[in-house]
Structure formats: C-alpha cells, structure tokens
Ligand binder design. Structure first.
Ligand code: TEU
Ligand code: CA
Length: 539
C-alpha cells in the first residue's frame, strides 16, 4: 500500500451532519460556527479529520443533497467567511476537512437546470438527461418514476432521487469541466478530501438498464481525482461495488481514482424499501451483529489480500443507529455501544464515526408523522399506507429504519433541547435525549465517550492496530468476534462477546489486558459477560 494510503489508516474521521450538530444563532438549525465551536471537543475525543455533510446553498428538499450552488454556503449554515474560518481553525488544530461532493445531481434550483429547462438549444441544454418520453422504467430512490415531465422544456428529465434532484449528464464534457472546477475551488480553500455521494451513478448504463456503473464511470472519477492538483486528497466513494475487482478498479492507488470507498453490505442496507425483504435497512433482523461480523471478516481478508484501504463504519446519516438496529440499546446500551465500537474500530482500515455514536445515541420512537422530516421516510409512509398498512405498521417501519433517527439534534446536555439550540429545533429531539446526552454520559460511571476516547488513544498508540494484518479467530457458529492484529512480531488480540445471556469462554483471551468495558483486570480468566470486550497484547 502506498505511503499516502497507509497514512489514512492513522486517521479517525468524524462525520458531522451540520444541520443537527450545534446551533449558535438561535434559529434552531445547526450551523458552521457550531462546528467551529466544537473542534476542541472533537480533538479531545481523538478525531483527526471531519467529514462535513453538504453545507452548500440548497432549498433542502433532501437536506443539502440538492445543491443550488456548489460555491456558496447554505443560508441557514452561515457564510463562505464562516467556512474559511472553520477551515483555518481545523488547520490550527492539525486536523483535516473532508467535504461532501454531490456530483450525480443538482437541485432543480441550480442555475444550470434553470437554464437547461428553458429550451433544447441553450448552453446548458445537455447538462441533464432530457427525452421526449421516459426511455426505461427506472424508479427514483425516494419513490415513483425516475422520469419527470417538465412543462417548460416539453420533455422528461431523469432524477434518481427526489423530483427536485435532476441527474447531471456527465457525458456532456462541460459537466466534467464544471465539476473539476468545483473540486478545485474547495482545494484552493484548503480542504483535504471529499466524500463522493453516489459516485457510481455518474455514468449510466442505459443499454444494460442500470443507473450506475456505466461505461465511462472510471474515466469520470479519474477526471476528478487523477490530476496532480488532487493527488494529495483523501477521497472516499459512496459506492455499490459488490465485488473485489470493481472495488480495486475504484481504489487501487495506480488508478488515480479514489482512496477508498464505503461498502454497505454489513449494514444490510439495500436502501430502498423492499417489503418484508430481510435485506433492507427498514426491517429488524435477528443476529445482525454476527452477520455484520462475518461480512466484515470477508472484506477484511479480501481488502488485505488486494492491499486496498478499508473503511470501518457502522453508522451514517442515512441509517438508524447500528446500536439500536443490531444490539441492546436499553438495559445494555453502554455494553452494546462499546462492544460494537471495539469490534469495528480495531480492525484494519480507516475508522469513521458518526456524530452521536460517541455518547451511545440510539434510535427514537414517535407515533406522529409530524416528528419526521426526511423526504425518504415521508414518501415511504404514504406508500405503505397506500399499500394497505396501518398507521402503526408504517410508523414501526419508519421508527426502525428511518434516516430521521440519526438526524435528530446532537444532545450536548440534559437541559432544554439538549443544549443544541436556544430556539425551536428544526426537527423533534431524540425521544430519549434527556437520558442520552453528553453531560449525562460524562457524569456516568459507564461513559461511552470516555471509552471511545480510550479506544482511539489505544489505536493511536499501538501501530499494530493501525498498520497490522487481520486474522479472524472466531468461527461462524461462535456468538462472538475474536481477531488478531499482527505487525513485525507484535500481536494484539481483540475479543467481543455478542451473547446477552450466556457467558462464554474464549480460549484466545489471555495476555496483557489493554482495554476492557467491564473493568476486567490482569489475570481475570472468568467467562465473558454480555457484550463484554477485551483487548490483549499477546506474548
Ligand atoms: O445516499 C444514497 C443512497 O444510498 C440512498 O439511497 C440512501 O442510502 C437511502 O437512505 C437508502 O435508504 C446518498 C446520501 O447519503 C443521501 O443522504 C442522499 O439522500 C442521496 O445520496 C441523494 O443525494
Ligand atoms: Ca443556526
């Protein structure tokens, strides 16, 4: 692995959904100055880099993933001067900033689309996909047909997501140039990388009836990041690549494309609702932790064999907290949160943590649709009711799988609105925020924050945890994860018990104790308790 990619393994990346992080001007909406105000908090946690979800000018149909100007800051979040100050303050602390690039589509309020829809022969006419009739039966992720008739233009345009998110036509050379200029604009402002939204969709395979992995995909990704100006960047793609060959085509260093990518199959997240299909994020799945362990083990070994950089994550702004989906977020919330964190973040790769994970945030339960904001959830609710489901059944689906769960404001204190805002929060606070917030966590004997801080410090201190190999020790039938990290003869064993009831004996569990979520001391050989983890330096 090249030096640059090896160095990325030394980072801990923290994902911020700025709308819900901290409001500093009382309008109930998080803002960039709120992120700046919390940089020391993040530094203290052990964060090296921040992935900032879209903060560009947007009408917020999809909360910033519908961009009206890639070079201006969303009015609610502040100004470009606030952005420059945030970047300067990040650099002062020797931290990095990764912006969220959304290359597949814009808002329908972007000037390119406003111009494009005016006629068939203006300079922006071919910036989007226009046809006299829908040319296939593609569906939009947020429901309905992916083709929308536009009265002004008199044609249909393609939108893979909301109607208000028209897909850019990357086969138009000027689109490629414009997006290169957007990347360069933010590089010149000093950003250190990009998370690339649905990057596999920027080339469509109309022949193969597939809205991603088109014939020019790698040409376009290379056009963005295979240039000298972009050579230093950390780039992570939100990708659907399901086989190792395609993943290598995206991420091998010599290809000049991405540093790494998100693979979602350990989250069982196929995205769109597929009824009672187990394999989608909306439905509860027993044994999810073991399934995730086995999928992660598969990719750890494959990525290691092909010497590519792996992303280590369980949460993001598109999913309910993994803690609530896969473990026990009630009477064993601390144990579950610390068990999940240890299993994922001591593996081989670059750790990414989503805001709130570090204090054991979990899903909410609301019975009124008024407590939901996300276009995906609200569209799905109406689809479910239309399909004959009761209100209660539809709300059960939204509460378990909806994106609003992870977008409820970060609870800093047990006080009014969790200390997130002095105004009215833009969305209802998490239903348990009075119990689960930073202030209460830090006052607890069992602090998730202090455990995360210790976990990241251990990873920072032990090079074998950042650069070592991964060898699984568990077997498929084991209800625990156990793996070995090795580097130049140094060996560290990680053990995570998933069992809530039975205590288990783990033969590999011996050596010098480096970390425990039960206060296990040296030489304590008792059986493992529910969600107990231990990390050993082995002789
Ligand atoms: O998400 C792409 C994607 O996979 C969506 O289908 C998302 O995962 C969905 O919630 C699955 O149920 C990216 C962004 O992460 C998401 O926030 C945006 O809404 C979407 O693209 C459009 O930009
Ligand atoms: Ca604000």
């Amino acid at each position: 692995m090249i030096e640059k990619f090896r160095n990325f393994r030394n980072w801990v990346i923290y994902q911020i959904y700025p709308r819900s992080f901290l409001d500093t001007n009382g309008d109930g909406i998080g803002d960039l100055n709120g992120v700046t105000a919390k940089l020391d908090y993040l530094k203290d946690l052990g964060v090296d880099a921040i992935w900032l979800c879209p903060c560009y000018k947007s009408p917020n149909v999809d909360n910033g993933y519908d961009i009206a100007d890639y070079r201006q800051i969303m009015d609610e979040f502040g100004t470009i001067e606030d952005a420059k100050r945030l970047i300067a303050e990040i650099k002062k602390r020797d931290m990095k900033l990764i912006m969220d690039l959304v290359p597949n589509h814009t808002s329908d309020q972007h000037r390119w689309f406003i111009e494009s829809r005016k006629s068939k022969d203006n300079p922006y006419s071919d910036f989007y996909y226009w046809f006299d009739e829908p040319i296939n039966d593609w569906r939009a992720t947020f429901g309905g047909s992916a083709w929308q008739y536009d009265e002004m233009r008199g044609q249909y345009y393609l939108h893979s997501y909301a109607v208000q998110q028209p897909d850019l036509n990357w086969d138009t050379p000027k689109v490629v140039k414009e997006m290169q200029d957007v990347v360069d604009f933010w590089i010149d402002l000093g950003v250190d990388g990009f998370r690339c939204d649905v990057i596999d969709q920027i080339s469509k395979d109309f022949e193969g009836d597939n809205n991603c992995f088109g014939p020019n995909l790698h040409k376009y990704i290379h056009a963005l990041f295979g240039r000298e100006k972009a050579a230093h960047l950390f780039t992570v793609g939100e990708c659907w690549a399901g086989d190792i060959e395609e993943i290598c085509r995206h991420t091998k260093a010599e290809r000049g494309e991405l540093s790494t990518l998100f693979q979602f199959d350990h989250l069982n997240e196929t995205g769109r609702y597929e009824g009672n299909n187990r394999n989608c994020k909306w439905n509860e799945k027993p044994g999810e932790l073991r399934t995730a362990r086995d999928i992660l083990t598969k990719w750890q070994l494959l990525n290691q064999e092909h010497d590519i950089l792996h992303t280590l994550f369980t949460d993001n702004h598109d999913n309910n907290y993994f803690l609530s989906r896969a473990a026990n977020d009630t009477d064993l919330r601390y144990e579950s949160a610390t068990c999940i964190a240890t299993m994922i973040y001591l593996m081989n790769g670059v750790p990414l943590i989503y805001q709130g994970q570090e204090i054991g945030c979990c899903g909410s339960h609301y019975d009124s649709l008024d407590d939901f904001d996300d276009i995906e959830s609200i569209n799905l609710y109406h689809e479910l009711i239309g399909a004959g489901n009761s209100h209660a059944e539809a709300m059960k689906t939204l509460n378990f799988g909806g994106r609003d769960n992870a977008r409820r404001p970060m609870p800093w204190t047990a006080g009014e609105n969790g200390g997130f805002t002095t105004g009215k929060p833009w969305i209802t606070m998490a239903s348990r925020y009075k119990e689960i917030n930073l202030e209460t966590d830090l006052a607890s004997e069992k602090s998730v924050f202090r455990f995360y801080k210790e976990l990241f410090a251990l990873r920072k201190f032990e090079e074998v945890l950042r650069q070592g190999t991964f060898t699984p020790l568990h077997k498929a039938e084991d209800n625990f994860a156990a793996y070995l990290r090795e580097l130049d003869g140094r060996r560290i064993c990680v053990v995570c018990n998933f069992d809530e009831t039975n205590k288990i004996e783990i033969p590999e569990a011996h050596g010098e104790i480096l970390l425990s979520n039960y206060g296990r001391t040296q030489g304590d050989e008792r059986a493992f308790r529910p969600y107990e983890i231990a990390v050993y330096r082995m002789q």
